[in-house]
Structure formats: structure tokens, C-alpha cells
Design a protein around this ligand. Structure first.
Ligand code: GLA
Length: 385
């Protein structure tokens, strides 16, 4: 993205002195819907980010501007105060407001500021554009007002923004990846203890590529319902096994003990989660050994589980997954929360061009939508430019 353009817009609108910040979107190799279950995830930050140009304005107001919003459908300007009652009506501005409020609730002194936001993380594509915005604004405010939050605190502020100002009861993966990303490395995060380990990832002879169905879906109720299913099953298991606080602490044997006590939908969703946590651990071992074919088989298993058991796929994603299989792609699955967005594909270099051209053409023919393809580069997390 041309950040000079962003700086120029800031200057035209608000004057000199704006500082530029960036925070990226993310991929996740495996470990989906495991974060809010205390399990593991394996994300990496990417070369697509949300950017802001920002400067304190000496008032008690925030003046925000999003030049890329469609002016016909959304107000691009948003001015709001920092009290709880001042929540702006524009959705994109609510993320900025939420971050400010969460910081203030933690005792920080956030004053008025001017901000221009823009970015190249596709919206609603499962690449965490919202977390990127929260992390970007959080990192920027922390810097310009010298608030002293560490990166974990910033990630949690972003997550709390989703919970309290957007209504998505998400886990910590996206905000964590956006804050902690490191060039060339995935991050294995234990979402129960919050311990993490960088995992160098540069598979020789393979390319990681995302295919965007362009079915966009903002996460909301369907996501929250799945989290509630998991929580109900944890309560049922904990009656006999009080040490179980998350599905991470349970195993399939314990789950079997609550057959007939929990609903079949809750049961099957929880089965997916328990299996997925194990799949991630197995995949990390395969990656350490450089066995990408075995890792890829786990990715396919994840897709099947997300589609059949967790039911967060859609015909477009299933189609792309089938095509990947047909073309001998090493691993492929729906990525992120689901219900639309991208598949992530680990593809042998010699198969890549043929796979992409055939698959995108077939997809377009059937669904009448031109899918987008992104080759993934793993980059650094939140930063000042
Ligand atoms: C969304 C949420 C994350 C995570 C994924 C699914 O991206 O924001 O916390 O739960 O879905 O793995």
C-alpha cells in the first residue's frame, strides 16, 4: 500500500504531524476455533495490513476518516467523543472507539486525536481485517500517548473491543498474530497459558496461497453460538471432572461420558474441537520434521471437520477444497472463522500455476464470481513506519 498517499490525505484534512502505523492481517496454518477453547493455534502475520496516520488534536474529540469506504453507502467521516455514550454509528469507527474505551477502562488517559485509516486486508475474507484495525489503532495510541501497554495487553484490548463493542465473542488468535507477527515465522500459541513459540516456516518447493471465495461474512451470532456449544459441553464434563475448564482439558473419552446429556449438535462441535487441538500438535511435529505432505493431510482433515462437524463452511469453500484435492494440492482448508472467505492451500511449486488457473476458471464458471488469489508472505506485526 502506498502510505505516502495516506500521509497526504492526513495532511490535506488535518494538517502536518501525522505519524504512520501498520498492523497486519493473518493466516493460520491449522487450529481453527481452538483459541476460545484454550487450545493451540498456528498463525502468522502477512504482508497485507491496516494502516493509520494519527496525531493528538488537543481536544476531547476523535475525528476519524476512512477514505476507502464507499461514500454512497457509508459515512466516511466520523467524529465522536470518548465517553461510553459517544459510540459512533459507523461500524468501522466503532472499532476505533472500542479500542479507546477499553484502554480508558484500564486506567489509560486517551485524549482526542485525528486519524485516517486505510488498508489492503480484504474485508470479510477470514484474514482478520478487524483485528488488524484494532491492533493498529491500539499500537498507535499506545505510542502517541505513551500509555505503556505491552503487546499482550494490546492484543487483549483488541479482543475486548470485539466482545464489548462489536458483539463477536472471539478468541485471542487474530489480535495476537497481528501484534506479535515475525517475518518468516509462524507462531504456535497456547491459548490457555498464553505461552508462545516462533516457528520458522519456509517450506522449500512449496507455496502458500489463499483463494478468496469472495463470499463475505461478518462473524456474529453463528460464531458466538458455536462458542456457547463448547461452553455447555465443558460445564457438563466438569460436573464429573472439575479440572476441565476448557475443551482443551478434555479428551474424547470424557466427551463420550456426556452423550445424551448434551445436545447432539453441541457434542459433534466439541468433538471437532478436541480433534482439532490434537491435529495441530501432530502438524507441528510434521512441520519440524519437514514432512509437508503429512501436515497437508491434517489440513484436509481440518477442512472436513469444519465443514461436516463444526458446519462453518459453505458450498464455495467446499468446491475450492475439492478442486485442491483433484489437483494434488498438498493441503487445503477453509481458514479463519469460516462461513465464507478464503481457503489456505499448501501447493507444490510445480503444480501451482495449473492448479490456480484451472480452479479459478472452474469457480468462476459455476458461481459467477471471480475469486482472488493471494500468495502469502509472512511478515512482522504491529509497528510504526
Ligand atoms: C475468528 C476469530 C478467532 C478464531 C477464528 C477461528 O478469526 O476472531 O478468534 O476463533 O475465527 O479459528
Amino acid at each position: 500500500m502506498d502510505t505516502n498517499y495516506l500521509k497526504q490525505i492526513f495532511k490535506d484534512k488535518f494538517g502536518e504531524g501525522g505519524r504512520l502505523f501498520a498492523s497486519p492481517g493473518r493466516i493460520n496454518i491449522i487450529g481453527e476455533h481452538t483459541d476460545y477453547n484454550g487450545g493451540f493455534v498456528l498463525p502468522g502475520a502477512i504482508d497485507k495490513a491496516l494502516y493509520c496516520c494519527i496525531r493528538p488534536n488537543g481536544t476531547a474529540q476523535v475525528r476519524a476518516y476512512a477514505p476507502d469506504e464507499n461514500p454512497k453507502t457509508v459515512a466516511v467521516n466520523s467524529t465522536f467523543g470518548l465517553q461510553e455514550a459517544d459510540k459512533p454509528k459507523e461500524r468501522w469507527a466503532q472499532y476505533i472507539f472500542g479500542v479507546c474505551r477499553e484502554m480508558i477502562k484500564k486506567g489509560a488517559t486517551v485524549e482526542g486525536f485525528d486519524i485516517v485509516v486505510s488498508g489492503d486486508v480484504p474485508l470479510g475474507a477470514g484474514m482478520s481485517s478487524s483485528a488488524a484495525l484494532e491492533s493498529c489503532v491500539g499500537f498507535a495510541l499506545n505510542t502517541i500517548f505513551n500509555l505503556g501497554f505491552d503487546l499482550f495487553a494490546l492484543a487483549k484490548i483488541g479482543q475486548a473491543t470485539e466482545h464489548n463493542y462489536v458483539g463477536v465473542k472471539c478468541g485471542i488468535m487474530d489480535q495476537f498474530a497481528s501484534c506479535f507477527g515475525k517475518e518468516g515465522s509462524l507462531i504456535r500459541l497456547d491459548c490457555r497459558s498464553l505461552e508462545y513459540e516462533y516457528f520458522p516456516f519456509a517450506p522449500q518447493g512449496y507455496t502458500l496461497v489463499l483463494i478468496n471465495t469472495r463470499v463475505t461474512h461478518m462473524l456474529g451470532n453463528e460464531y458466538n453460538e458455536r462458542r456457547e456449544s463448547c461452553e455447555r459441553v465443558v460445564s457438563a464434563i466438569a460436573r464429573k471432572h472439575p479440572e476441565v475448564k476448557f475443551l482443551r482439558d478434555a479428551n474424547l473419552g470424557m466427551l463420550k461420558e456426556v452423550v445424551g446429556i448434551v445436545s447432539s449438535v453441541d457434542y459433534i462441535r466439541s468433538e471437532f474441537v478436541i480433534e482439532e487441538i490434537q491435529r495441530l500438535l501432530d502438524t507441528c511435529e510434521y512441520l519440524k520434521q519437514g514432512d509437508y505432505e503429512a501436515a497437508g493431510r491434517e489440513m484436509y482433515e481440518t477442512h472436513t471437520g469444519l465443514s461436516m462437524k463444526y458446519t462453518v463452511s459453505c458450498p464455495e469453500l467446499d468446491f475450492l477444497n475439492e478442486k485442491a484435492k483433484e489437483h494434488g494440492v498438498t493441503g487445503s482448508r477453509v481458514m479463519g472463522g469460516g462461513f465464507g472467505g478464503c481457503t489456505i492451500n499448501l501447493v507444490k511449486d510445480e503444480l501451482l500455476e495449473n492448479f490456480l488457473s484451472k480452479t479459478t476458471a472452474a469457480y468462476e464458471k459455476i458461481f459467477n464470481i471471480k475469486p482472488e488469489v493471494y500468495r502469502v508472505a509472512i511478515k512482522n506485526g504491529a509497528r510504526e513506519l
